[in-house]
Structure formats: C-alpha cells, structure tokens
Design a protein around this ligand. Sequence first.
Ligand code: ASP
Length: 332
Amino acid sequence: MMKRILLIGTGGTIASEVTEGGLAPELATKDLLAHIPEISEICRVDCVQLLNLDSTNIVPEHWLMMARCIREHYGDYDGFVLTHGTDTMAYTAAALSYLIQKSPKPILLTGAQKPIGFDSTDSKINLTDAFRCATEDLPGVSIVFNNRVIPGTRARKTRSKSFQAFSSINYPYLGVLQGGVLLRYIRQECGDAPVFYDALDPRVALMKLTPGADRAQADFLLEQNDALIIESFGVGGLPEGGGFYECLHRWMDAGKIVVLTTQVSNEGSDLGVYHVGRRLKNKLRVLEAYDMTTEAVVAKLMWILGRTREQAEVERLFYQPVAQDILWPADT
Ligand code: ASP
C-alpha cells in the first residue's frame, strides 16, 4: 500500500515569490505540491500549513510548534517532510533532533536555494527526494538536500548561494540519492516509539571570539542568559589577560553554564591541549563541545535547560550522545 506522508510547510525560499521588497514566502504548501504532480506515484501526501516565514524569523517557540504538530499526527502517517528556509534549517533540524528522539519514522527537512517557481531551481528535486526518503526505512530527524541525507544534529549551511548548501560536520552522510534511489549508508538508532519533549529554554547566547575581544561582552551575555557558548579559536582556549577567566568563574559560581567550542568548522575542540584552554577545563570545569556543531550545542543547551538547572545533571546530559550529535569524548 502507498505510504502516507505529512507535508508541513514553514516557508523559506522554496515557497518564496518575487515581491517588491525582495523574495518572501508566499506559496502555500499545496502550491508546492502542484509543482511536482508525479509525487502521487510515490506516496499519498496531506498538507499542513504551519508557518510561512523566512527562516531568519524562526524562533525556538516555532520549533516547539513543529514538534507538537508531528506529535499530534505521528500515529496517522508513515513519515514527515518539513519545508523550511535554508538559513536556519540546521538549527531547526538540531532542535527537532532533541525534541523528538528515537523516532522510528523518518522526519525530513528540506528547502531550496531557488524558489520553486524559478526556471532554474533545486526545489523540485529536493522536495521529491525528501518524499522518497520519507517512504524509506530512515529513522530519526535528517536534512535531505542536493541528493544527500545529513543527520539533523550534524548539518551546517556552508554555502550561501549554490545548490550544495549543507555539509555534514564531523560525521558521514546517512545516504545519498542517485537518480531518485536512496543509497542508505547509515541507519540512525531508534526505538519502537519516539520520545517527545515539549520544553526549551531560549536563554542561550553565542559569542564569537575575536582577537582583542572585550570580556564585557561575555559579562553582558551571561547576565542576560542562562548559558553562554563561546566560539573560540582552534582546539579552544581564551585570552589569558583581560579578565575572561575571572568573569566566567564568577558567573559559573552564580549557576550559569559556559560551553567552549571552536569557530573552525571541522574536527572540533580539544580544550586540554594548550595552556590557554586547560585551566578552563580542569579548574573552572567549563563544558566543551568536542565534535558537536555549534547549531547542535545551541539546541542541546536549550533542550537541557528546559529540563533541569542542576549543574551536574546539565553536564551529564550535555555529554550524553543524542542522535549522533557527539562521538567524542565517549571514545577517549
Ligand atoms: N532566507 C531564506 C530562508 O532561510 C533562504 C532560503 O530558504 O534558502 O528562509
């Protein structure tokens, strides 16, 4: 029997049209389907128009809406396709990976770099591929884009214009599509039923370190938020002058969470290597991202802080792998 797939529209370029003010999502989910009539040979599709936003306007409350929508319809469909803007798709994919864990059914995000109505567009192939994947044995949350399947916790937008918009960071692709056929390399672990979560703490900030950065930035962000992620240099560390160490010490004593990661895209952090990092790790006990993407760290902290503020529990949950988000330090 033909599989039943739910298409959930949230906006993005794929649904955009030319307006006086620039490209903006205008097309309804049903209009997207009208561009790929041959989909009726692959699966039966129902549509939900959840949002119609440029993904720049997506906030954590929308992630909760998406997870709720999937939860409400979970029993009625074999798989889920969410259309979404590419700009923040990696954050949404990570957030959904924490909000919906161990799903035996596929939950796929896709979008496009060019609107579906344009002559040269990646919309149709991406959407068709996502539907194909939704009918396969491909558990968990993933992104389907430009013939590749990327785990939801490992995606990053690495190209702003060309069709190969996303990379899988520190983890292989789950599969590739060749001529519409999925070659699955990796099957994500799942349970018999998904585990849904329905709370996030959005008070998580991110600071990119620059040479000579003023620690007052960290002070301000820690005052305003429950957690701060610092994207530092190389394998990780902070300037030894300028009062960074004392600043973090004070806020961590007050119960704030600090995570050190790297601004280098590949291979992750290793804070213990250099003098500029080891003291942060051993004495302050800041958390470190290791091979997790910054997008995943942001979403994971929001998920964790939506559950607990107890520091030891935060640390335990942070290092506990969810949906292949972290390989290291479990292996070291
Ligand atoms: N600005 C658009 C968005 O993220 C870009 C895209 O979808 O490719 O909604």
